[in-house]
Design a protein around this ligand. Structure first.
Ligand code: NAD
Length: 291
């Protein structure tokens, strides 16, 4: 495809700045609740096993909670924990009035079925939005709590004033946590959405039609400059480690001057994902405690 005749100044999304802004707003809301004599919201985080990456993710989530005045409780279980024991713990947390959000860090050891675990969480406390009822509410077009990464993507698009109504949106990837929910969210905002996956034919041609392109395939740099419609908003969700370097699914350098907006693989959508976990927990608290 020929390069655009007019050079385009590509805006690079600053995920950390927007995350800080939204977290500031959440912190103010929690401060008001506490000033009114109410308890702060509480997120319970469960880790089964000692995968170092998962451990660092949950530490990050706990830090994010404490910075906005949200409580966090942690359950670190050995990798050998039987599924029944994990389900029992979830049952206790479901019944605990002092817990508003429950997150079970994935991946789980092989002997534990993630779907059974997701279905055990009370949908009213489903901060990570993995329960089928939460997914169903989005499908029905009435949702409050929803998958964190897609909520972060929508916040990014709105922050940059990206028009969605009647525009062509293309989503690469059909996962439960990114591809499917973001496709629904974009459709609910009246975009014309095309969902692509590993069997899609002539993916490059489909992407070139996109005013908004969301890439969540986990294939480093699969999207090059010639896949991008000039001026398109390009959301790169993919994160892969290659030779000790974090790479996105989009060739970040190559799309400069072609995309209108691009999210970097570091400090892009990642900080927004954690922020939306906090947001979901506060929403769950308000819904349960009418706060
Ligand atoms: P996944 O890994 O479960 O599935 C990948 C999806 O991409 C599948 O639907 C598959 O059909 C599609 N796909 C794979 N190869 C393809 C190809 N060559 N062409 C077209 N489609 C292809 O998906 P996921 O869990 O959404 O993760 C995707 C990526 O996003 C990963 O790199 C993951 O680490 C990253 N991720 C980042 C965040 C964040 O907060 N930044 C959150 C979630 C996921």
């Amino acid at each position: 495809m020929a390069p655009p005749s007019e050079p385009i100044e590509t805006v690079v999304f600053d995920g950390r700045a927007l995350a800080n802004q939204v977290r500031g707003e959440l912190a103010e809301q929690i401060e008001e609740l506490v000033k009114a004599g109410k308890r702060p919201p509480c997120l319970a985080v469960v880790l089964v096993g000692d995968d170092p990456a998962s451990r660092s993710y949950i530490k990050g989530k706990q830090r994010a909670c404490s910075r906005i005045g949200m409580e966090a409780v942690e359950h670190l279980l050995p990798a050998s924990t039987p599924q029944a024991e994990l389900l029992e713990l979830i049952g206790r947390m479901n019944a605990d009035d002092g817990i508003d959000g429950i997150l079970v860090q994935l991946p789980l050891p092989d002997h534990i079925d993630p779907t059974t675990v997701a279905e055990a969480i009370d949908p009213a406390k489903d901060a990570d939005a993995l329960h089928p009822v939460t997914a169903g509410r989005l499908l029905a077009g009435r949702y409050d709590i929803a998958s964190c990464t897609p909520l972060g993507i929508m916040a990014c698009l709105d922050h940059h004033g990206i028009e969605l109504e009647g525009r062509d949106a293309v989503v690469i990837g059909r996962s439960q946590i990114v591809g499917k929910p973001i496709s629904l969210m974009l459709q609910l905002r009246n975009a014309t959405v095309t969902m692509c996956h590993s069997r899609t034919r002539d993916l490059a041609a489909v992407c070139r039609r996109a005013d908004v392109l969301v890439v969540a395939a986990g294939r480093p740099r699969m999207v090059g400059a010639d896949w991008i419609k000039p001026g398109a908003a390009v959301i790169d969700v993919g994160v892969s480690e290659v030779d000790g370097k974090l790479l996105g699914d989009v060739d970040f350098e190559a799309v400069q001057g072609i995309a209108g907006l691009i999210t970097p693989s570091r400090r892009g959508i990642g900080p927004m994902t954690i922020t939306m976990l906090l947001r979901n927990t506060l929403h769950a608290y308000r819904a349960r405690c009418a706060g």
